[in-house]
Design a protein around this ligand. Structure first.
Ligand SMILES: Cc1cc2nc3c(=O)[nH]c(=O)nc-3n(C[C@H](O)[C@H](O)[C@H](O)COP(=O)(O)OP(=O)(O)OC[C@H]3O[C@@H](n4cnc5c(N)ncnc54)[C@H](O)[C@@H]3O)c2cc1C
Ligand code: FES
Length: 252
């Protein structure tokens, strides 16, 4: 874990309420699923850093992809080229690689695309399902198409792109067509993760989920991010955010 000063190189809107930011800073190598804690101002407001997954890191340039939700992400969207941010990370535990015999299936919804896209771009094989409400919510569509070896499926609830419906319906259909062992990597709303975990269980497939719990410190000292698992409460920031889906005791 390292606290670094990062310089904004680029910050542009790439979908509805969604921005891609490139920051120049020195990071250790990261595993997809790991995240940064960003301090958004040099004052005490907002007091807490905000957690954002690392989309890519290459030659001192780190990409984050974020949706404007509230105060912190609104401040982030206002950052201009040349401004500085304090960045802590890479933090947490990322996804494990697929085994050689496993087909990799990636599924993302809500703000869950960055760690999933990072994983697909790293592995360059498998199938990726991105689910949103409408096509204007899908960021980096062309970039996803350009990942060699990864087949992309979009689902939109309004039917404006790809399959009409939710991502887990497409996952259910896709899993029925795969003849070999598979591993599912998921990040998104809790309902989606729970449904992916259930489909994986039925199939006897491995499933890793990245959980976007609200965080305060980001490095294991406050317990704000605890989730219930089969082995007791675990901190998402240090023992996750990636967990074996079968270990999570999902909220009803
Ligand atoms: C490990 C991790 C990685 C993440 N990676 C990304 C990413 O790559 N891109 C991205 O867009 N977002 C990501 N998030 C979510 C992101 O951290 C929150 O959206 C952000 O902190 C909201 O801050 P805010 O000040 O804008 O909103 P706030 O003012 O704090 O909250 C606005 C609204 O969003 C809800 N909210 C805030 N944080 C979360 C959360 N963690 N989970 C669910 N609901 C929340 C609040 O309940 C409230 O309704 C990640 C979260 C975690 C824990
Ligand atoms: S956010 Fe403080 S322990 Fe996880």
């Amino acid at each position: 874990m390292k606290d670094s000063n990062a310089l904004v190189k680029d910050n542009r809107q790439v979908a509805q309420d969604t921005y891609l930011m490139t920051l120049m800073c020195e990071l250790s190598p990261f595993t997809p699923g790991q995240f940064l804690m960003l301090r958004l101002t040099s004052t005490c407001e907002p007091f807490l850093r905000r957690p954002l997954a690392i989309l890519s890191y290459n030659e001192g340039a780190v990409e984050i992809l974020y949706k404007v939700r509230g105060e912190g992400t609104s401040l982030l969207a206002e950052k201009k080229k040349g401004e500085e941010l304090s960045v802590l990370g890479p933090l947490g535990k990322g996804f494990s690689d697929p085994r050689p015999e496993e087909e990799a299936v990636y599924i993302a919804g809500g703000t869950g695309l960055p760690p999933i896209l990072a994983m697909a771009e790293r592995m360059k094989r498998g199938r990726l399902i991105i689910g949103t409400y409408t096509k204007d919510d899908i960021p980096l569509w062309q970039r996803m198409q350009n990942i060699g070896g990864v087949e992309i499926t979009a689902t939109t609830e309004d039917g404006s792109l790809g399959i009409r419906g939710v991502a887990t319906q497409a996952l259910d259909g896709l899993l029925k067509t795969i003849q070999q062992p598979c591993v599912i990597y998921a990040c998104g709303p809790t309902g989606m993760l729970k449904a992916a975990a259930s489909l994986a269980k039925d199939l006897g497939a491995r499933c890793e989920v990245s959980i976007e719990e609200r965080m305060a410190c980001g490095f294991g000292v406050c317990s704000a991010c605890a989730v219930r698992t089969t082995t007791g409460n675990q901190r998402v920031c240090t023992q996750g955010p990636v967990f074996d889906a079968s270990s999570i005791e999902w909220r009803q």
